[in-house]
Design a protein around this ligand. Sequence first.
Ligand code: 13P
Length: 252
Amino acid sequence: MRTPVVAGNWKMNPPTAAEAVELARAVAASAPAGDQVTTVVCPPTVWLSAVREALGADGVAVGAQTMHFEEKGAFTGETSPLMLAGLASFVIIGHSERRQYDGETDERVGRKVASAVAHRLRPIAAVGERAEERAAGATASVIDRQVRAALANLDGLGGTGLVIAYEPVWAIGTGDAATAADAQEVCGQIRAILRELDPEAADEVPIQYGGSVTAENAAELFAQPDIDGALVGGASLKPEQFETILRAAAGA
Ligand code: 13P
């Protein structure tokens, strides 16, 4: 019904083009053959071109970590969707680190998701509650607000290529992943919102879990009915760990 998507978010790593190419080649060499899982690597913008070239035409897809919603203009330091054409087929939108450090708002996430779809890039729209929101019992309301804002400018979900990543902020880079049951509860909530917005296409949308995904916990997460892959940070920089995560998704 939907193919799981496992994406490695390399964040601000590695420091050189040569290392980025080496990492991309290691992922390509170990990624499962066939179409049971969509494998994506998301290098820093400055390495997109070298990684795209190293990977060749098929197998592993390339994603950007962010983009601007405008096609061109006076936006110093930004990357436009037109510039990503031919380099990336996915783009992460609204990662919590960009929400926290770069002023990414719900409203801008909504504009970026629509811009990505309009430019035939598959958006990976990232949502997730912070530790204090969780402690206050606000997880469901934060997720509801973020998901609806991310999709606010889409006419429907069918054919958009949309992916949603549920990444609880407290689980990112902490080694404290959500339990499979807790992650499923939120991913199930996200599925319900998608069904309300577009009953026909809701089941097409892969929903990833992200936050301290490892070779050890991936299979249990992927066994949940509404978890269709992962957005992986630290473990995506270690090819043997990333391979285990990919194989768990392919077998789920
Ligand atoms: P970690 O897998 O390092 O926790 O990072 C998750 C993440 O932020 C992926 O986007």
